[in-house]
Write a protein that binds this ligand. Structure first.
Ligand code: GNR
Ligand code: NI
Length: 176
């Protein structure tokens, strides 16, 4: 397993549409999911899409367990949202690709999803609460959409500028 670098805005790869996994879920896909999970835990974050480490495949990992709770990794290959409810809920979102920026996004409160798990077995289930928020946030990454794309142009540009400046500052501090 290995920790990989997480891409941050304005990296153009974050705008790519990720490609479905063709054929069965292989050991190679599982090795990628292992790396993604390790990278996510290290960050730390509660979800990660493959494109965030530069791999344009429709693969997501997640762990919604709280600090002190037992780890509960979840793996999603080729996930699809097949149904949503009309009710929406706002949630203060963040993203490892837009570090240290948080803002409210309104999304359907529950969604029904289909995907293949770590072993390639099909799953069909409803997601609610934080699970619903996170899976919709992650599935947006597969379409090249970030949570800041739902904010005003001003807020989005400010967020990108802030991340850019923080990156420059970190590089400069590293040199000293
Ligand atoms: O770690 C993360 N926390 C989070 C908080 C609120 C809504 C969504 C998320 S996902 C984010 C990790 C990430 O960027 N996944 O793509
Ligand atoms: Ni994200």
């Amino acid at each position: 397993m290995a920790i990989r670098e997480i891409l941050t805005v304005p990296d153009p790869r974050l705008k790519e549409v990720s490609k479905p996994v063709m054929g069965p879920v292989t050991d190679e896909h599982r090795a990628l999911m292992d790396d993604m999970l390790e990278t996510m835990y290290d960050a730390p974050g509660i979800g990660l899409a493959a494109i965030q480490i530069g791999v344009p495949l429709r693969i997501i990992v997640m762990d919604l367990a709280r600090e002190g709770e037992e780890k509960a990794p979840r793996y999603f290959v080729n996930p699809e949202i097949v149904e949503t409810v009309e009710e929406t809920k706002p949630y203060e979102e963040g993203c490892l690709s837009v570090p240290d920026i948080f803002d409210e996004v309104e999304r359907p409160a529950r969604c029904r999803i289909k995907y293949l798990d770590y072993n390639g077995n099909p799953v069909d289930e409803w997601a609610e609460d934080l699970y619903a928020v996170c899976i919709q946030h992650e599935m947006d990454h597969l379409e090249g959409t970030l949570f800041i794309d739902y904010l005003s142009r001003l807020k989005r540009q400010r967020a990108i500028d802030k991340v850019k400046k923080a990156k420059i500052r970190a590089i400069r501090e590293d040199a000293n």
